[in-house]
Write a protein that binds this ligand. Structure first.
Ligand code: CS2
Length: 498
């Protein structure tokens, strides 16, 4: 089979091999500007939108994908080369692959190359929604101060150079100023990141920035911009070289950056779109009044579960999440964590059976076909921990509930931050705070609480006696023994207690 490069020209030939867009991409208008065209966006919103566009009457919701950072050069160049097309490969539970070419990203822009074009696009009348996947750390929120971080050099740059911004706040502010000047009315800014109240967070951070950068815009934003909260879900590992080769050898498609993901997907969104929205509910999204409980459930069970598996698994020498969760001691520990520490904080969730949800997570984590990388899960833990794990801790402390297991995971993270696993192998740590984490981890060898002094992560928690004692205790136990021996003891103690 001859290999076909993925692009518009070859699309009809490719359609003989895998599913391709049935709609005429050239006739689709751009209604959405999306910032952050990584794997998750392409496995999630872009897929939902592609499914929607299969309905020939839908013409207004093409996506303009924006690569915001220099770091995004590669994905931008790839999508540009491929006319925005890419293959989505769903790794099914039975090991088969369902492949299809996604066409909903109809335009692509590279912000560092041409900031004005991005601002103009966001300010264009046909654009009704700006969606974001800018990662948990991208919201410039400081956990210690609970405020927008004006000391960030990029924010300082944006305040001084409003026409050539570098951060999302600088871009959106300029675009909204233009919309105000042009007399354009509403627009929705929709976060698709894993943050509790992601819409509220976007709104608060943006308004704080705007109050300084363009005070005359604050009232206009209150009247003209909506910020729906949403819960997003689909496990999307980093594409591996084998995925690219496999697609070539099995389907003859030469795609430089396909996306791989699990079969499950979920999107629960607050119906708060000031300028209209795509009918995503026709392709599986759920629109609800209040998404907060769903977000809380997902962040504190799925995402926190990932971090638990990632940190413990990394120390024990595992490379993928399925390896970690398929170790019975880790799996039992995770089950206890979810049952004993998280579940009491969640309350009743209409239409959701929490036991089934937790069971389904164990199955999703255990999917041996998707090989989700522990390196991916542990990357940027300093931004994830305060969102995924600590809210549960605060809630449990308030209600005199158990925090032992979260303290154990925190201690594991402190030891992980030393940079070596229990087999003496070097860990591949990727974190904006890597240097600080490592310094504190080294101090912690003499004085374990030093690690809790990382303000931007632990905020006031470092002063909580109950938590720090449980953490120090766990730290000593792990260093005296090893992770697995401790898991066995903990699991035995908890057996039959609830
Ligand atoms: C993961 C998420 O980044 C992480 O640590 O927990 O990327 C997770 O895979 C997604 O949120 C699943 O929806």
């Amino acid at each position: 089979m001859e290999n076909l490069k993925l692009n518009n020209k070859n699309l009809s030939a490719i359609s003989e091999r895998v599913a391709t867009p049935k709609y005429d991409r050239a006739t689709i208008k751009t209604g959405i500007v999306h910032v952050g065209i990584g794997g998750f966006h392409r496995a999630h919103e872009a897929l939902y939108t592609d499914e929607l566009l299969q309905d020939e009457s839908v013409k207004d919701w093409g996506i303009c994908g924006v690569a915001l950072l220099d770091f995004d050069t590669k994905i931008y160049n790839t999508l540009k080369e491929q006319d925005g097309l890419y293959t989505l490969i769903v790794k099914e539970l039975d090991g088969t692959h369902t492949k299809r070419v996604i066409g909903s990203i109809t335009e692509c822009l590279f912000a560092p190359e041409n900031p004005t074009k991005v601002i103009d696009k966001m300010a264009s009348p046909e654009v009704k929604i700006i969606t974001l996947t800018i990662t948990e750390g991208g919201y410039n929120y400081n956990e210690a101060t609970k405020k927008f971080d004006f000391t960030n050099p990029l924010i300082i740059h944006d305040l001084e150079n409003p026409n050539t911004p570098k951060t999302i706040f600088g871009y959106i502010t300029q675009a909204l100023k233009l919309r105000q000047e042009r007399g354009l009315k509403g627009i929705t800014i929709q976060s698709c990141d894993n943050i509790q109240g992601n819409g509220h967070m976007t709104q608060n951070m943006l308004l704080t920035y705007v109050a300084k950068a363009a005070p005359g815009l604050v009232d206009w934003i209150h009247e003209n911009v909506s910020f729906p909260n949403a819960m997003v879900d689909r496990i999307t590992p980093v594409t591996a070289a084998e995925d690219i080769t496999h697609l070539k050898t099995t389907s003859g498609i030469d795609d430089a950056w396909p996306v791989v993901c699990e079969p499950f997907k979920q999107w629960v969104i607050e119906d708060n779109f000031i300028a209209g929205r795509p009918a995503w509910e026709t392709v599986g999204a759920q629109f609800v009044e209040d998404v907060v409980p769903y977000e809380k459930m997902k962040l504190s069970l799925l995402n926190a579960g990932h971090s638990v598996l990632g940190l413990l698994g990394a120390l024990m020498g595992y490379n993928t999440i399925d390896q970690a969760v398929n170790n019975p001691n880790i799996r039992t520990f995770l089950t206890h964590y979810m049952d004993v520490e998280v579940t009491p904080t969640l309350g009743e969730l209409e239409g959701i059976n929490l036991n089934d949800y937790k069971q389904s997570l164990l199955e999703r984590f255990g999917n041996i076909n998707i090989k989700d990388q522990i390196d991916r899960i542990c990357s940027e833990t300093s931004a994830k921990f305060p969102i995924f794990i600590l809210p549960t801790v605060y809630s449990q402390l308030k209600n005199n509930g158990s925090i032992q297991l979260a303290a154990f995971v925190t201690a594991a993270w402190a030891i992980y931050s030393l940079g070596t696993n229990e087999n003496g192998e070097t860990l591949n740590i990727k974190d904006a705070l890597k240097v600080q984490l490592n310094e504190k981890a080294i101090e912690a060898k003499q004085n374990p609480t030093a690690f809790l002094e990382i303000d931007t992560v632990f905020g006031k928690l470092q002063q909580n006696k109950q938590f720090s004692e449980a953490y120090v205790n766990a730290y000593k136990n792990i260093t005296n023994n090893n992770i697995e021996a401790n898991l066995i003891v903990i699991n035995n103690t908890l057996k039959n207690t609830y």
